[in-house]
Ligand binder design. Structure first.
Ligand SMILES: [Zn+2]
Length: 307
């Protein structure tokens, strides 16, 4: 028994270390008090809630990305499942708003802070992801060997419709950005969209090149989203409070400006350090931080030098 527990912890460590540097926190030995406190269920619209997970910057309180909870006539659809070890907390929070069973999980992308507790909900729950995300999940220790049974069984390429009427959900894929498999989940009747780490925070994006992410394509993919999805006013992002459509438009402009500035700096022969020191977007984008700008510039440089 003790050996199994230790082995479980090793697996968690492995998952966290491989799932993308800069996003996941340290391995959890059970939810900390600070993290439990930060994990609240908040009403977004009728029948739609978000279970928060604190900002990534506050590691002590971090439990993973925002989890959407959509209560339909036939059951509960959740979007993203936080880090491993948070399934019971997610379930407990859901039970405060409905007694309906969880029928469906949608993962916005592969990272362990968005897929970590899929396993908790078992194999009878239907899990849906974009097809590239399934391929990325197959590379994760959390879904290898015996655990392959927890891989998503339903995938789509560009677009998928689930349910109808007030329960309708539309899934969209517009191309690579944060990874190469980011899904935009639209709760049509509620004019609300969960977009995972394609809008993670108000700072430079985390570009996961090892899972097909790209800072060159990301602004274009967000532009396709802005043109391709209509009638959405409310946004649930990866790791920030609920936003409005205009905030998403601003985040797209921020990313286009960041890419243009990084490309200009590189053309001018600046090093990544020099580029990071010279690029300041926070005056044009109030409320934005620059903690992740250097890492994003590095990723864009790496990407451009491969072309
Ligand atoms: Zn992510």
């Amino acid at each position: 028994m003790r050996r199994e527990v230790a082995l479980g912890l090793l697996i968690v460590v492995g998952v966290l270390s491989m799932a993308g540097a800069g996003v996941q926190g340290p391995p959890q030995s059970g939810p900390s008090a600070a993290a439990l406190e930060a994990t609240k269920i908040e009403k977004v619209k009728d029948n739609l809630y978000s279970i928060t997970g604190s900002s990534v910057a506050n590691r002590d309180a971090f439990s993973g990305g925002n989890t959407a909870v959509f209560i339909t006539d036939t059951g509960v659809v959740i979007v993203d499942t936080k880090l491993s070890g948070w399934g019971q907390v997610i379930l407990d929070r859901i039970k405060t708003v409905t007694n309906k069973p969880i029928t469906t999980i949608i993962n916005t992308h592969t990272h362990g802070d968005h897929t970590g507790s899929n396993e908790f909900f078992g194999t009878s729950v239907e899990t849906i992801v974009q097809e590239n995300t399934k391929a990325n999940m197959e590379k994760m220790d959390a879904f290898k060997g015996d655990k392959a049974k927890f891989l998503p069984k339903r995938t789509y390429k560009d677009r998928m419709s689930i349910g109808g009427g007030k329960d309708q959900i539309e899934l969209y894929y517009f191309g690579p950005g944060h990874t190469n498999g980011d899904t935009f989940v639209v709760f049509t009747a509620l004019r609300t969209m969960h977009m995972g780490d394609m809008f993670p925070w108000k700072d430079a994006p985390f570009l996961d090149l090892s899972n097909g992410g790209t800072g060159v394509e990301l602004p274009k993919t967000l532009d396709k989203l802005l043109k391709g999805v209509k009638n959405v006013d409310t946004i649930i992002g990866g790791h920030l409070p609920v936003q409005q459509w205009k905030d998403l438009e601003e985040y797209q402009r921020f990313n286009a400006d960041l890419l243009a500035a990084a490309q200009a700096a590189r053309t001018a022969g600046k090093s990544v350090d020099e580029a990071a020191a010279s690029i300041n977007l926070t005056s044009k984008y109030p409320g934005y931080e620059s903690m992740r700008v250097k890492a994003a510039i590095q990723a864009i440089y790496d990407e451009l030098s491969k072309k």
